[in-house]
Design a protein around this ligand. Structure first.
Ligand code: SF4
Ligand code: SF4
Length: 415
């Protein structure tokens, strides 16, 4: 795609990056067919190629309107289009650049502005979010249905094994996961402990930065990244840890991008690259330990195989490009994973999308739950806290993180 970037952007790092991305787009439109919002709305401007044109126009100096913002807001940043694109167009990065400009040119007003401000200020603060979740649970029965679905019932986390192995890894607690599902990181710690790795959460680390970054507070997202790096750096510098483990694929996608996020910060650029290089999704770690794990799981083929449908989060399959790994691990643990139609499509959670675009998000969830349950699964497994709680709110079967299912096979259900 030929571009003539306007003076305001052409000689900036963002302008050069956008220009390079735009030049790769042919523009063949293959990506349109796999875009969830195009499938729902049928409007070219609600598909990747249309959004690429919109960003190209604004970078070339065309007026920016609320309509431009509307079509960019409706994008889930699911990156399904990136998986489909034969030319390797880094759409999500282009969308970030475009959104940043739109945000400045067409400031938000009223409720839209207030809700986004509240999400940016509230969700990433782990303690504040945890206190609100506690209060929400106390009055859960009295909440209106729409609010109730954002407050999952609590379930026991089970014990966290004491550090006893020389092999050590760090885990990111994240912002909403400690209060919404503390069982996930505890299950990861127990599974890794069984294969000879001690997992530890360090105080000081919190939100990965994705919430603020994707609400166009890119400086706030960078501040979150710096805070996490500061929390982890002493252990990294002492050479004590093998990896930084992510149990939420959304956080993993963000932390693996720290090198890029902080490339222009001389004080953090190198550290950010090191942290990104050490970051692994829990599925990568467990797959690497599968030989140690197999005898512990004792799958002798006599145990009935529970049917489980795995929902691969967009951040896992399109962001981290990890595909088929979890299904194999569940199979090795004695579960039967059922086929899932349109597995590439987003469930509608997409960070804060379910709050900001509830109608589209709700339709995507309905479609996803129909696809996940048509194979007769007794439970749904996923790999990201956002997808898990979003699906759980509409599902008729339990929804869990897959590492909890593996932990169950090893240790029984936490009491
Ligand atoms: S990121 Fe997802 S929703 Fe956005 S344009 Fe690409 S496929 Fe469509
Ligand atoms: S982003 Fe890729 S698939 Fe989509 S129109 Fe451009 S080149 Fe084609």
């Amino acid at each position: 795609m030929q571009t003539q970037l306007a003076d305001f952007i052409k000689d900036t790092p963002e302008g050069r990056e956008a220009d390079e991305i735009l030049r790769k787009c042919v523009p063949c439109g293959f990506c349109t067919a796999t875009c969830p919002t195009y499938q729902l709305l049928g409007d070219e401007l609600d598909g990747p190629r249309g959004r690429i044109y919109l960003v190209k126009q604004l970078l070339e100096g065309a007026p920016v309107t609320e309509k431009t913002r509307l079509h960019l807001d409706r994008c889930l940043t699911c990156r399904s289009c990136e998986t489909t694109c034969p030319s390797g167009v880094h759409y999500s990065r282009l969308a970030d650049i475009g959104r940043g400009i739109v945000e400045q040119r067409v400031p938000r007003q009223g409720m839209d502005r207030a809700v986004r401000w509240a999400l940016r200020e509230f969700v990433p603060r782990t303690k504040l979010f945890g206190a609100a979740m506690g209060m929400g649970r106390a009055v859960r029965g009295l909440l209106p249905a729409k609010l109730k679905e954002k407050v999952p019932e609590s379930r026991p986390a089970g014990g966290w094994p004491a550090p006893r192995h020389s092999r050590r890894m760090l885990a990111l607690a994240g912002c909403v996961q400690p209060s919404m599902a503390p069982s996930i990181n505890a299950a990861a710690a127990r599974v890794l402990d069984a294969v000879g790795v001690s997992l530890q959460e360090l105080p000081g680390a919190g939100c990965c930065g994705a919430v603020r970054f994707h609400l166009n507070d890119q400086d706030g997202g960078r501040a979150d990244a710096r805070r996490n790096i500061d929390a982890w750096w002493p252990a990294i510098a002492r050479g004590e840890i093998e990896a930084i483990v992510m149990t939420a694929s959304g956080c993993g996608t963000q932390v693996k991008d720290y090198g890029h996020m902080l490339a222009a910060d001389p004080a953090y650029a190198k550290k950010a690259e090191t942290v990104a290089g050490l970051t692994r999704d829990i599925s990568e770690i467990v797959a690497g330990e599968s030989e140690r794990l197999a005898p512990l799981l004792g799958s002798d083929g006599t145990r009935p195989r529970e049917k489980v449908a795995f929902h691969a989060p967009c951040t896992l399959q399109h962001g981290l490009k990890i595909r088929g790994v979890v299904e194999k691990l569940l199979g090795a643990a004695g579960f039967e994973t059922t086929p899932v139609r349109d597995g590439h499509l987003c469930c509608g959670s997409a960070g804060t999308y379910s709050i900001l675009q509830p109608a589209l998000s709700g339709r995507l969830r309905e479609n996803k739950l129909a696809a996940l349950t048509e194979g007769g699964a007794a439970r749904i497994a996923s790999a990201n806290i956002g997808c898990i709680t979003h699906l759980e709110a509409g599902a008729t079967v339990p929804v869990r993180h897959w590492i909890e299912l593996l932990d169950e096979r090893l240790h029984g259900r936490p009491g």
